[in-house]
Design a protein around this ligand. Structure first.
Ligand SMILES: *[C@@H]1O[C@H](CO)[C@@H](O)[C@H](O)[C@H]1NC(C)=O
Ligand SMILES: *[C@@H]1O[C@H](CO)[C@@H](O)[C@H](O)[C@H]1NC(C)=O
Ligand SMILES: *[C@@H]1O[C@H](CO)[C@@H](O)[C@H](O)[C@H]1NC(C)=O
Ligand SMILES: *[C@@H]1O[C@H](CO)[C@@H](O)[C@H](O)[C@H]1NC(C)=O
Length: 264
């Protein structure tokens, strides 16, 4: 803003006004919280979504931008939205935890969140912050490097957002209400999802879920790739990537220490 104001003072009013507009980098989104029908695992249920999609819409912005999201609640109960990983110093009013920084947006009402990005960069997510509504009300928040800057790694050939979720056959609000009333833990989910689909190992999944990931590495060795939830790892969401030695010493592993415990 300092530069913009200086421009104002020295009289380049029109030019600087255009420049300020070009640099303002604001984005506007409308989110409609609404019930929608989904069929997974051969059963159909109605659940709360943003704009009828699961996962919800992806937000795209650049580092330092400001995003306005007007959330219209056409659902049946009050909900808030949290912008996970966005620090928003001095702006708690758009952070979202229900009854902590705001009261829920009631059915029939709307509220515009002003999400002020600072040094965040990468893929974050947004989600409902009222009880378990986050299980169906969530989506990606993709923050690209600021204009004129680039990634801290070679620019990728393509980008694909992968959102892992859980699918519950029952109504989530009933599940959590019952668990709270009984004082016991809620039942576990019926399947995991990738971008909203359980995958072809489950019945009635619409599509085969897969994604090609091209992995570039200059570091030889054996790397363990796994889901970072312990029990998901034990359910098989893990694999190993073996990167062979390169031609030179600099691109090869150091020899193992003599004291490395043996496996036999
Ligand atoms: C959500 O739906 C509303 C109403 O149809 C539309 O105006 C808005 O652009 C949609 N938002 C997104 C992110 O798709
Ligand atoms: C937030 O407050 C409202 C109104 O008092 C209440 O109905 C709701 O259950 C509260 N939410 C949580 C998560 O405690
Ligand atoms: C959004 O809420 C404001 C009050 O905060 C109201 O004046 C406006 O009409 C609402 N817009 C819609 C589309 O419901
Ligand atoms: C490997 O290192 C070279 C030289 O530093 C660099 O140009 C290249 O981008 C690196 N490749 C990857 C995949 O990191």
């Amino acid at each position: 803003m300092g530069i913009c104001r200086l421009g104002f003072l020295v009289g380049f009013l029109w030019f600087m006004a255009m420049d300020c507009m070009a640099q303002s980098n604001t984005h506007h989104y409308n989110f409609v919280l609404q019930q929608a029908q989904f069929t997974r695992l051969c059963e159909t249920k109605t659940m709360l979504t943003v704009n009828g999609s699961f996962p919800g819409p992806t937000i795209h912005a650049r580092r330092g931008d400001t995003i306005y999201v007007n959330v219209h609640n056409e659902g049946e109960y009050g909900v808030t939205i949290h912008w996970h990983g966005v620090k928003q110093p001095r702006n708690p009013w758009s952070d979202g935890p229900e009854n902590i920084t705001q009261c829920p947006i009631q059915p029939g009402k709307n509220f515009t969140y002003e999400i002020i990005l600072s040094n965040e960069e990468g893929t974050l997510w947004w989600h409902a912050h009222s009880d378990w509504s986050r299980a169906t009300v969530h989506g990606a928040l993709v923050i690209s490097p600021a204009r004129g800057t680039t990634y801290p790694f070679p620019a990728p050939d393509a980008e694909q957002t992968i959102i892992l979720g859980s699918w519950f056959k029952g109504d989530l609000k009933e599940i959590i209400d019952d668990a709270l009333a009984a004082g016991i833990g809620p039942e576990i989910s019926n399947s995991l999802t990738i971008n909203g689909q359980p995958g072809d190992l489950y019945p009635c999944s619409a599509v085969l879920m897969y994604s090609d990931v091209k992995y570039g590495s200059n570091f030889s060795g054996v790397w363990f790739i796994h889901c970072h939830l312990e029990r998901h790892s034990s359910w098989g969401m893990d694999t190993v990537l073996i990167v062979r030695n390169g031609k030179t010493r600099a691109t090869s592993m150091r020899p193992p220490p003599a004291s490395l415990p043996s496996c036999s």
